[in-house]
Design a binder for this molecule. Structure first.
Ligand code: ATP
Ligand code: MN
Length: 462
């Protein structure tokens, strides 16, 4: 007999037939005559109930079917008389694949804290919460490809190991095969990277954008979706050392087109989750955040507020609010400022543009005022910055001058500058932090709980 997934069994009305299910036991309860097993295979948040008649089954086998054990059950699918379920299985045959010792199985009891579950990241996918989060994460990843495919964007695979250390987005992890104790040295005592694997210094990428631009200058519209790495010691609920980023890059888009695309994209993704992850979202709504569904619907149905950075500074200065970090034109907005604007002032997602050039990367298009660049950040409730993007400087001379002003190693960027030498074009793009999106959609409060195996300072166990 072919195995059927529990999701399918729970949605069918085709009763009184023989079925085979396989999964992990969530609970087993009952009395001397009958035993009820709640079985889950990860295909859906709900369990299927397996009814075991003890007159037919040997008690000694049943004793081994404890929480966490893995079994296969064949039996008759019947309409359930019990509350809260449509169907159940009357067991005819049970195969025990793997026991889970009740004394030592960490998920024996319910109601563990999320902090504890982080310490058993190898087992936490078996909880309702992580099952729901991981299915939603999957659905969003699928929707991202679907969205761009529908629009004719090309999925461009940019490198994970990069030879440039000026991607402009934070500290990097070094990639090297040199002997860490006795590396080859130059006469000046510095490490001789010409003997390293790639013959030069290499790092893990912090962003695929620069290579993404090369793609856009040929294919018009591309996107990347891959892992990025930042060796910044920021122990916050919104930062990971390894996270996934989606970076579309579009030729012939100016800053407003860029904002329009980002807003439409975010709304599409949230709508996709609302339509395709209903049961998981309802579960998370009930367990963690009673406003979750309301907030998601709100984001989909309201136009994002659009303001300039300078207007935002004005609002913050006049707010009368006490902030930990002072508000000053020229300083980067902190998460507390972003959240004030979104949650207290506008009460909806905000797109800010035209940031001071000093706090933004070298490649952003310089505005005529000489002080600001055509950057745009999207700020979300509970998250703060979810998207960071800009129109790129397409003018060779201006870009070169900015690189010189900032003392960036120009010779490493020769290939990037070539796009401005040969057939340059106005173009724009942005980066969406995938985990920040999942954080928003699931209503979880810590980014460590929306990626299967989080990488944070001092933590890479699993
Ligand atoms: P922040 O100010 O929040 O650190 P950033 O300015 O460093 O963000 P960008 O370099 O613009 O962010 O990266 C693009 C997007 O990637 C951000 O809008 C955010 O969604 C996400 N992101 C950035 N850093 C991290 C991180 N350490 N962990 C998870 N997501 C991140
Ligand atoms: Mn950062």
């Amino acid at each position: 007999m072919k195995r059927i997934k529990i999701k399918e069994l729970l949605s069918t009305e085709d009763f009184d037939r023989e079925v085979l299910v396989k999964g992990w036991v969530r609970t087993r309860r009952g009395n001397k005559n009958i035993s009820f097993i709640a079985l889950n295979d990860g295909s859906v948040i709900h369990n299927i109930q397996v009814v075991v008649d003890l007159a037919v089954f040997d008690e000694s086998i049943l004793k081994l079917i404890t929480t966490g054990s893995c079994i296969a059950v064949s039996g008759t699918l019947v309409k359930s008389m019990g509350q809260g379920q449509t169907s159940e299985i009357q067991a005819k045959e049970i195969t025990l694949y793997g026991t889970a010792d009740a004394e030592t199985y960490p998920l024996q009891k319910k109601g563990h804290t999320l902090e504890f579950l982080r310490e058993i990241a190898h087992l936490r996918p078996r909880t309702n919460t992580f099952g729901a989060v991981l299915r939603i994460r999957h659905a969003l990843a699928f929707a991202i490809h679907k969205y761009f495919n529908n629009k004719g964007f090309v999925y461009l695979h940019t490198p994970i190991i990069t030879g440039s250390d000026c991607e402009g987005a934070g500290e990097m992890f070094r990639v090297s095969t040199l002997d860490p104790v006795h590396p080859p040295l130059n006469e000046d005592g510095k490490i001789n990277y010409s003997e390293d694997f790639f013959g030069k210094e290499t790092n893990l990428t912090v962003s695929g954008q620069l290579e993404g631009e090369l793609g856009a200058m040929a294919l018009s519209e591309i996107y990347t979706f891959g892992p990025t790495f930042r060796a910044e010691n920021s122990n916050t609920p919104r930062h990971l050392a390894e996270f996934w980023m989606i970076e579309p890059e579009m030729a012939f888009y100016e800053i407003i087109d860029n904002m329009d695309l980002a807003e439409d994209f975010l709304k599409y993704l949230v709508t996709y989750a609302l339509e395709n992850c209903k049961e998981d979202l309802e579960f998370l709504n009930n367990m963690y955040d009673k406003e979750l569904l309301k907030n998601l619907n709100f984001v989909v149905s309201n136009k994002f507020e659009r303001k300039t950075y300078s207007e935002a500074i004005d609002i913050l200065e006049k707010s009368g609010q006490k902030f930990e970090f002072p508000v000053k034109w020229g300083a980067d907005l902190q998460s507390e400022h972003e959240r004030y604007l979104v949650e207290k002032h506008f009460k909806k997602p905000v797109i800010l543009r035209d940031y001071p050039k000093e706090i933004k990367a070298f490649y952003m298009k310089q505005n005529p005022d000489g002080k600001t660049v055509a950057a745009m950040d999207i700020l979300f409730p509970r998250i703060g910055e979810i998207v960071g993007g800009s129109q790129r400087e397409e003018n060779f001379d201006k870009l070169k001058k900015r690189i010189e002003e900032l003392n960036l190693p120009q010779k490493d960027l020769w290939w990037y500058l070539d796009t401005r030498r040969f057939g340059t074009a106005p173009h724009s793009g942005f980066g969406l932090g995938f985990e920040r999106l999942v954080l928003f959609v699931t209503g979880m409060s810590n980014i460590r709980d929306v990626i299967p195996f989080p990488r944070t300072p001092k933590n890479a166990e699993f």
